[in-house]
Write a protein that binds this ligand. Structure first.
Ligand code: GLN
Length: 212
């Protein structure tokens, strides 16, 4: 792909503007996605954080749950952050009864995994392919508890700042499987575009053919 890829940001909840800004810094064009016909236009999709149970219900209401699930399973590159990671998981721990996801990632993701007393924290991560640590912000974040054979672990927590004594070090917080990428943290708010650039590269390398 030579022209700038068009990356959609699912705009039902969360940091839509921040994600678009980071993707644009990484060389993509962006569009907010709320409708099925918008799903058909994009070369990749970002699913922001927020509350996964709400995103799931809103996706159903807006009629994008099934179209996006189908597109992701057909190879549409997807990047989920925090609640977006939960939305890409095939299996959730501590979900609510009947909680639906888009799926695609062969992982078990635990919601609110870092403990209730630690609503948010910051940590430095070892990320595959990065020559220096990535500073990450976690907000009521999930972690990846189990990965299937096809899943690559992209980042683990190395150093925790202002820890309340919880056991975060070593936890899996970013994974990739084929054209899907997911992070437990919020890379859109710390000013470092490297994770978004990784995703834009995945979109550029993808052979997915959009429908419109
Ligand atoms: N705890 C939220 C959930 O379960 C995720 C939090 C976030 O996206 N910042 O969906």
């Amino acid at each position: 792909m030579t022209a700038a890829p068009l990356v959609g940001v699912l705009a039902l909840q969360g940091d839509v503007r921040e994600h678009r800004a980071m993707l644009e810094r990484a060389g993509a064009e962006t569009v907010a996605v709320r409708r099925p016909e918008e799903v058909d236009r994009v070369d990749g999709i970002v699913i922001p954080g927020g509350e996964s149970t709400t995103i799931s219900k809103l996706a159903r209401t807006f009629g994008v749950l099934d179209p996006l699930r189908e597109a992701l399973h057909a190879g549409l590159p997807g990047f989920g952050t925090c609640a977006g990671m939960i939305m890409l998981a095939e299996h959730i721990e501590a979900g609510i009864e009947g909680q639906e996801t888009f799926g695609g990632l062969d992982v078990v993701v635990r919601r609110n995994a870092f403990g209730r007393q630690v609503d948010s924290f910051e940590a430095d991560l070892d990320v595959t392919g990065f020559d220096r640590a990535f500073h990450a912000m976690f907000i009521r974040a999930p972690w990846v508890e189990k990965v299937g054979q096809a899943v690559e672990v992209v980042a683990r927590v190395s150093v925790v700042h202002r820890s309340e004594g919880h056991d975060a070090v070593g936890r899996i917080v970013a994974v990739r499987q084929g054209s899907l990428l997911a992070t437990s943290f919020h890379p859109e708010i710390t000013g470092d575009p490297r994770i978004h650039a990784m995703f834009v590269d995945m979109v550029r390398e993808s052979t997915y053919v959009k429908r419109k």
